[in-house]
Design a protein around this ligand. Structure first.
Ligand SMILES: *Cc1c(COP(=O)(O)O)cnc(C)c1O
Length: 442
């Protein structure tokens, strides 16, 4: 079965009678008029469908917890949707914990992860009853034990480890290779386990956590990851008599940014993981563990598009033609950060033939602020509405106020209805944290 991460567009995308693109029953040109651009548009049906496809793909395995990797895109409305779908949340900061908790997530189902959590953030996680903390390093073992002790609690933890698996993705989004800033090297886990057993009486080690990278297309990597983690569990069991019960496999499943991307389906990934558990758990003499799956990009990426309005253009004599839009690297830093490639269509005349090669530029003061290089498009005119697909993940969540440009709004569409889920920033919001010292006041 194909799953929604294999689709270039939100699953409800179609061309309507006015020859406009519509998503979730909403005409994108009308959304641009109503809410302004740039505008993030999220299709609720795509989010729920893919969440359900994850649950169904893993339903063959009895002990599975699904956590959404909040860093891909988190707002209170997204928390509500995925909480309703039964997901917990993988969180990496006090801000994400606060958002999940104030939007009513079940904190017992959540996990706190990250390579440099502060004392205050650990305190917040313990106070709010976050179910699991993935401990990344030796300093954190000390800090968390102190926090747990001062709260008179015992805290369930995973050890984040670096499994030494490399995947073929961009260097900045690889995390499982040995020379990584994340987690314990497998040569350091003994020392960590001994400290937990002998000294850190308020920490209860229940399992291991790894995350290999992002935008992964190779399914065998998940087979290997399970193998490495179960082998380590077996080794810890034999050496310390400690029965670990959980493995958290991270996220990473890729999505389709362009027609030439062929990410695997969720079923293929689930199959590799479950097969590896059945092959390897007996081999290392460990019981079938509870597994945690933490997808981010593949849950939210495909559901989101960004609408821009076309403005100025420039034909370099004997060179490129640049067409500028009203957003760019501040609302989507991925092209300039990772050379990420996107697909765009003209929302107000999607049937027009692509006749010229242009480079779509952002409005920010950097030559590197290019959204798509050398792409065939219909001749673009001022006022055209461009729809960029697959911007749902790591767009808004990595956005900035570079050039003091206001962050765009986001709307959620479903059954021909659109609702604001993030208000467009105002100039008052922009200066809300600015302070003029008394002696500089005019
Ligand atoms: C980033 C991250 C994820 C999610 O990765 P995606 O590629 O967005 O699925 C999951 N787990 C951990 C620990 C991460 O750091």
């Amino acid at each position: 079965m194909t799953t929604a991460n294999q689709s270039l567009k939100p699953i409800t995308t179609q061309i309507n009678d006015d020859n406009h693109i519509e998503i979730g029953g909403c005409d994108l040109v009308e959304l641009a008029q109503q809410y302004g651009t740039p505008l993030y548009v999220y299709d609720e049906k795509t989010i729920r469908t893919i969440a359900q496809q994850y649950k169904s793909a893993f339903s063959k395995y009895p002990k599975v917890s699904m956590l959404y990797a909040s860093k891909a895109f988190m707002t209170k409305a997204v928390v509500r949707i995925l909480d309703e779908e039964g997901f917990g949340f993988d969180m990496v900061s006090g801000g994400e914990i606060y958002t999940a908790s104030t939007a009513g997530a079940d904190m017992k189902k959540c996990l706190f992860n990250g390579n440099n959590k502060s004392y205050d953030e650990l305190q917040m996680a313990v106070e709010l009853g976050v179910g699991l903390i993935s401990v990344d390093n030796f300093l954190e073992l000390t800090l968390l034990n102190e926090v747990a002790k001062s709260n008179n609690k015992t805290v369930d933890i995973l050890l984040r480890v670096t499994p030494g698996i490399e995947c073929h993705t961009h260097e900045y989004i690889q995390t499982g290779h040995l020379d990584s800033k994340f987690g314990f090297d497998l040569t350091q886990t003994d020392e960590a386990v001994e400290l937990i057993i002998d000294e850190y009486k308020n920490l209860n080690l229940v399992g291991l956590h790894a995350h290999i990278g992002s935008q992964i297309f190779e399914t065998t990597i998940y087979y290997d990851e399970v193998d490495v983690l179960l082998k380590e569990m077996g080794r810890i069991k034999t050496k310390y008599g400690l029965n670990l019960t959980h493995i958290n496999l991270g996220g990473g499943l890729g999505i389709k940014y362009t027609e030439s991307d062929y990410p695997p389906s969720i079923d293929e990934i689930a199959d590799k993981i479950i097969t590896s558990i059945h092959d390897n758990a007996p081999k290392y003499n460990v019981e079938l563990p509870e597994i945690h799956i933490e997808p981010g990009r593949s849950i939210i990426g495909t559901s989101g598009v960004t609408l821009y309005t076309v403005g100025s253009s420039k034909q370099v004599p004997n060179g490129k033609k640049y067409v500028a839009v009203d957003g760019g690297m501040a609302d989507n830093p991925r092209p300039s950060l990772y050379q990420a490639v996107y697909t765009a269509e003209v929302a107000n005349r999607p049937d027009d033939k692509a006749t010229e090669t242009v480079t779509i530029a952002g409005r920010f003061c950097e030559s590197g602020d290019i959204l798509i290089k050398d792409v065939k498009m219909p001749e673009l005119k001022e006022g055209d509405i461009l729809c960029f697909y697959n911007t749902g993940a790591y767009g808004y969540s990595m956005s900035s106020n570079y050039n003091r440009v206001l962050k765009p709004a986001a709307v959620l569409v479903n059954n021909s209805q659109s609702d604001i889920i993030i208000n467009r920033e105002s100039y008052e919001n922009l200066v809300a944290c600015d302070v003029i010292p008394e002696r500089l006041k005019k």
